[in-house]
Design a protein around this ligand. Structure first.
Ligand SMILES: [Mg+2]
Length: 299
């Protein structure tokens, strides 16, 4: 059976500045076997080339064609909704590049859309301008609604937090394109030329990766190397098809049965002992509840 994979990055391939043990081997195995795959990110800051280079520095070798970002998904979505439109952008290079590549013009007055991405450079002046544009009829688009992003030093406010400020001030709800929106998950599958039943999502977050996969009828594989622990699963009304300690287990499974999809039970025996934890964070606290709220909104 043909099989291909949509792979989350943070908490799956790396944690902060460290590759998850087994991640380079897993990607190498996918490439050797010529299995279709892409890495998915809800971070709109970087272009696909930047993302590929960043992974390369961690020893995870991919081409830029293997990268699919929420900035790309947003720009393609807007280009279909309103070809040749205009956007006022609160965001950085990855988002600006994707919009340009899809025929959009970046403007600072009367845009068709106010588009919000991740960034460290926004200020109140930009927020004020955006709110006025929204009140004059510009549509509010979020590249994603993640309330925060993990970093090596803890979390930082994410695109969802910036969007929440614009929503509160304008009274207008944003439309979000990033995970778990079906728009991004479907676009990534189509990019790989896969059918629904041939596609699996591999992720560490129930509220985005696994929920998005479940909603679209994809197979789902949760790895415990990121924000989710085994005992958290009882909280959710949906469950992944497979739970693995990390992608090291998946690399070993592919080595054993290269033609067997990773979600098949016979490819599912645990191979690495549950010893060292490479977890990035913990979704049991406040940030987890916030994530759950964001997920409920986009669901
Ligand atoms: Mg993740």
């Amino acid at each position: 059976m043909r099989h291909g994979y949509l792979i989350d990055m943070d908490g799956v391939l790396y944690c902060g500045e460290r590759a998850v043990p087994g991640a380079p081997a897993f990607i190498r195995e996918l490439r050797t076997l010529r299995l279709p795959f892409c890495v998915l990110t809800n971070n709109s800051q970087r272009t696909r080339r930047d993302v590929a280079a960043r992974l390369g520095r961690l020893g995870i070798e991919i081409d830029e064609e293997h990268v699919f970002t929420c900035a790309m998904a947003t720009a393609r979505f807007l280009a279909r909704q309103k070809p040749g439109g205009t956007a006022f952008v609160i965001g950085e290079g990855g988002l600006l590049t994707a919009l340009h590549q899809n025929g959009y013009t970046i403007v600072d007055r009367d845009p068709d859309y106010v588009v919000v991405g991740e960034g460290r450079t926004f200020n109140m002046e930009l927020i004020e301008a955006a709110v006025r544009m929204i009140m004059r009829g510009a549509k509010l688009i979020a590249t994603n609604l993640d309330p925060n992003c993990p970093t090596a030093h803890g979390i930082r406010p994410g695109c969802g937090a910036i969007t929440a400020m614009l929503e509160a001030a304008s009274g207008v709800r944003a439309f979000s394109v990033g995970k778990p929106s079906p728009i991004m998950m479907r676009a990534a599958r189509k990019e790989l030329g896969l059918r629904t039943e041939e596609t699996a999502v591999i992720g560490d977050t129930m509220e985005t990766d696994i929920l998005g996969g479940v909603q679209l009828g994809y197979h789902t594989i949760l790895v415990l190397s990121g924000s989710t622990r085994q005992h958290h699963l009882a909280r959710y009304a949906y469950a992944p098809d497979r739970v693995a300690e990390s992608v090291a287990d998946l690399a070993a499974a592919l080595e054993r049965h290269p033609t067997l999809p990773l979600w098949k039970p016979s490819n599912n025996s645990r191979t690495t002992p549950h010893t060292s934890r490479t977890a990035c964070g913990d979704s049991s606290g406040k940030s987890g509840r916030l994530k759950q709220r964001a997920a409920n909104r986009s669901a």
